[in-house]
Design a protein around this ligand. Structure first.
Ligand SMILES: [Zn+2]
Length: 473
């Protein structure tokens, strides 16, 4: 069992006397009113809001843009260098994205680009994902620079213009940094947050910091048969065979495994849970087999332990009375950090062949191939979280700004741009310094996305604490 990371080493680090005011909130609202909407088909994107973005930032945060050097990446991506006292030290990279997902077809109670404040909440697309990070970082930097603060080392801020459509902007930013021989000491991106209703019966808030993320690949399963008229069906028609193969794959995902990172998550969550959970998760050396079994049985916790195969698309005949010679399915596969894309493909192929044999047909009737049209990626390496100065630094800042919160590493199920930075940095953490309730997490990408004014203000304090205390790193 991994050592506990419950207690930060060193005193909590806070934002000093800084308190966010209404003007800071108004600047944030102004950014939320710029509809920087990403479109899967780039030709459908309205570039006008993206054109407005950088000039608006420059107007709202003049001190920062006076000292920072701006490098544009691709169309509207921003790489900003805030020079530190000693530029020879490896820099910090903080990142987010200014693009947002569309709102069409969603039922919003208030204008998604109005940023109206209603009952203490700011309603707007991007208020949680992730303009809050962009503006809180700039607000913090602006405040500190106005006070004469110079960071001890360079601080870079990267914001993508196409994170939501998996645009290569982050890849290109990393290429640029690599070409300029820049090796970040640490990267802090979106991902986890201070979760007020973490799973497993935890009643206290816990700052969940992503230390890795699962890989992702889409697989096309194709079944072939003779086809023919629907009046004479057979046992191994393409659609029937495909259904059996898909069910076999779905029912036999990767083996569940409690990795050290997952154990660390459970230990921290368990320590803040009921007596029962404390007993179970505090003694994993004893309870590991039972815990693995219980977690594997529920979809939410099962995904933490294994590679998952989600059957998302099925395609058969285009006529209601014709047996197709070919039937196809798509699996969206999320790969656990202890496996690779090759492992995930190999498992699906074995299961397909097994089902073909069980059905009495040759395994060459079914193929499993990577869908090359969709970007795919290996699981991210696990960033250090035990006895690590950078991880502990985040912990101290959390303790300073959110003294009521616990602190736990975790492996993310979803992908972020930060994985690109693993190419040039060993310490990549996914944490935005805001409180996200379970309800807030459900509003991401959905209708009625909104953030509490107080939540936003406290988030700025986290970024002030994080930047102002960097000499403690
Ligand atoms: Zn998003």
């Amino acid at each position: 069992m991994g050592a506990s990371v419950s207690v930060a080493q060193g005193a909590p680090l806070d934002a000093g006397t800084y308190k966010a005011d209404e003007a800071a909130v108004e600047r944030f609202c102004e950014l939320l009113r710029i509809p920087t909407v990403s479109r899967e088909n780039i030709a459908e994107r309205d570039d006008e809001p993206f054109n407005q973005w950088i000039p608006t930032l420059q107007r709202l945060y003049p001190h920062f843009f006076k000292v920072a050097e701006l490098t544009r990446v691709d169309d509207f991506g921003m790489l900003l260098r805030w020079p530190g006292a000693d530029s020879a030290l490896d820099p910090i990279v903080m990142m987010a994205h200014q693009d947002v997902v569309p709102v069409e077809g969603q039922d919003w109670k208030h204008d998604p680009f109005g940023a109206e404040i209603i009952d203490g909440e700011i309603w707007a697309r991007g208020s949680l994902d992730t303009k809050c990070i962009v503006s809180a970082f700039l607000e913090a930097a602006e405040h500190l620079i106005a006070q004469g603060f110079v960071p001890p080392r360079d601080v870079w801020f990267f914001s993508s213009d196409g994170e939501e459509i998996a645009a290569p902007t982050a890849t290109h930013a990393v290429q640029w940094l690599r070409e300029h021989n820049i090796h970040p000491y640490m990267v802090l991106d979106e991902g986890g947050a201070v979760a007020t209703d973490a799973p497993l019966g935890v009643t206290e808030p816990v700052a969940m910091v992503g230390v890795s993320e699962k890989g992702h690949v889409d697989l096309t399963v194709t079944a072939r048969a003779d086809g023919g008229h629907a009046s004479t069906p057979a046992a191994n028609d393409a659609c029937r065979l495909l259904c059996r193969v898909c069910e076999t794959i779905s029912a036999n995902p990767g083996k569940p495994q409690l990795t050290p990172a997952v154990e660390a998550t459970l230990t921290e969550l368990g320590a803040r849970s009921s007596a029962t959970y404390q007993a179970i998760f505090g003694n994993l050396w004893l309870t590991r087999p039972a815990v693995t079994k219980i977690m594997a049985a529920s979809p939410e916790t099962s995904a933490m332990l294994r590679t998952t195969y989600a059957l998302t698309q099925l395609e058969g005949s285009n006529a209601h009375n014709v047996l197709p010679p070919v039937a196809r399915a798509n699996f969206n596969v999320r790969i656990a950090p202890f496996e690779t894309i090759a492992d995930a493909v190999e498992r699906a192929r074995k299961l397909a062949a097994q089902q073909c044999r069980a059905s009495g047909v040759s395994p060459d009737h079914v193929t499993v191939e990577i869908n090359e049209a969709i970007p795919y990626t290996e699981p991210a390496p696990v960033s250090p979280y035990e006895d690590d100065a950078a991880f502990n630094y985040i912990h101290r800042c959390v303790s300073g700004v959110y003294p009521e919160a616990g602190f736990a590493p975790y492996v993310q199920n979803s992908c972020t741009d930060s994985r690109e930075f693993n190419e040039i940095c060993d310490r990549v953490y996914r944490f935005c310094g805001f409180i996200y309730s379970g309800e807030a997490r459900k509003l991401i990408h959905a209708a009625n996305e909104r953030i509490g004014v107080d939540v936003y203000k406290r988030g700025i304090e986290f970024y002030v604490a994080f930047l102002a205390n960097l000499e403690q790193l």
